[in-house]
Design a protein around this ligand. Structure first.
Ligand code: ZN
Ligand code: ZN
Length: 256
């Protein structure tokens, strides 16, 4: 599957089932028979293990054409691999996998997860992201690292949505997840409330890598990416700690 509506028929290449995944899928099949899955957006029975019906899937704002490095939307028909910003000043991360544009109803889903604590939305979002990651070329990373929240914000919210998505992705893709490797040591203002020009300064030196990194190829996971300054700062910290390749995996990409 490339970018586009969810493909219910084809097993994505790169995610060929091994024994363990087959067992896992049988469990899910049984679960879907016993507990029919309903669409998260329109509530109809989906008839599959994915909680998104084909009609709602077709209507989602899929990110069809995007910069290979930062994931920003490129105009339709633009066949450049990189946007102008990445050509002029490449970020520290090497590539971005984003599946959806951050506009209705994706913003609704993400906000329900983040601010209303509807953790049941996380499996759907991580399922969509896993399908996209499996469908692209190239090797998988050796480690998944969710973007950490500052401890005080984690206490306020009670959970980190990026960690929830990362955990499910790790299970689905059979990859290790480490949510303790990186810490947010500086409490930053909420990026979305700040003018774009100063967001870069707001997250500067916000992250610390707490130990030796166990893999040279790492994927950073977050729910939404807007200017990319937050993931860029985390990628910078990981590269300083010895990472050779850092990817960014996000559910949604907002324009900037
Ligand atoms: Zn639906
Ligand atoms: Zn770019």
């Amino acid at each position: 599957m490339g970018s586009g509506a969810l493909d219910y028929e084809t097993e994505p290449p790169g995610c060929q089932p091994d024994k363990e995944i087959v067992v896992y899928d049988w469990k899910r099949l049984l679960q879907s028979l016993l507990f029919p899955v309903h669409c998260r957006l329109c509530a109809v029975r989906t008839g599959t293990a994915v909680s998104l019906c084909p009609d709602c899937s077709a209507d989602l704002p899929w990110l069809e054409s995007a910069c290979h490095q930062c994931g920003c939307a490129l105009p339709a028909g633009d066949d450049r691999l990189l946007c102008g910003a990445c050509q002029q000043r490449p970020p520290y991360f090497d590539t971005t996998t984003a599946i959806l544009q951050y506009r209705p109803p994706v913003d609704y889903l993400v906000q329900r997860l983040k601010f209303s604590g509807e953790l049941a939305i996380a499996p759907l979002l991580s399922e969509l992201l896993a399908l996209q990651v499996c469908s692209r070329e190239g090797s998988l990373p050796g480690l998944i690292v969710p973007v950490p929240l500052h401890p005080s914000r984690l206490r306020e919210r009670g959970f980190n949505q990026a960690t929830e998505i990362a955990r499910l992705l790790g299970k689905k893709l059979q990859l290790p997840v480490n949510h303790r490797l990186c810490k947010r040591t500086r409490k930053t203002d909420t990026q979305s409330l700040l003018p774009v020009k100063i967001r870069h300064w707001n997250v500067r030196n916000a992250f610390t890598v707490t130990g030796e990194i166990p893999a040279r190829h790492i994927a950073i996971v977050d729910d939404v990416m807007t200017t990319g300054h937050t993931v860029n700062e985390l990628a910078r910290a990981l590269k300083r700690a010895g990472a050779e390749r850092v990817e960014v995996w996000v559910i949604a990409r907002a324009g900037h």
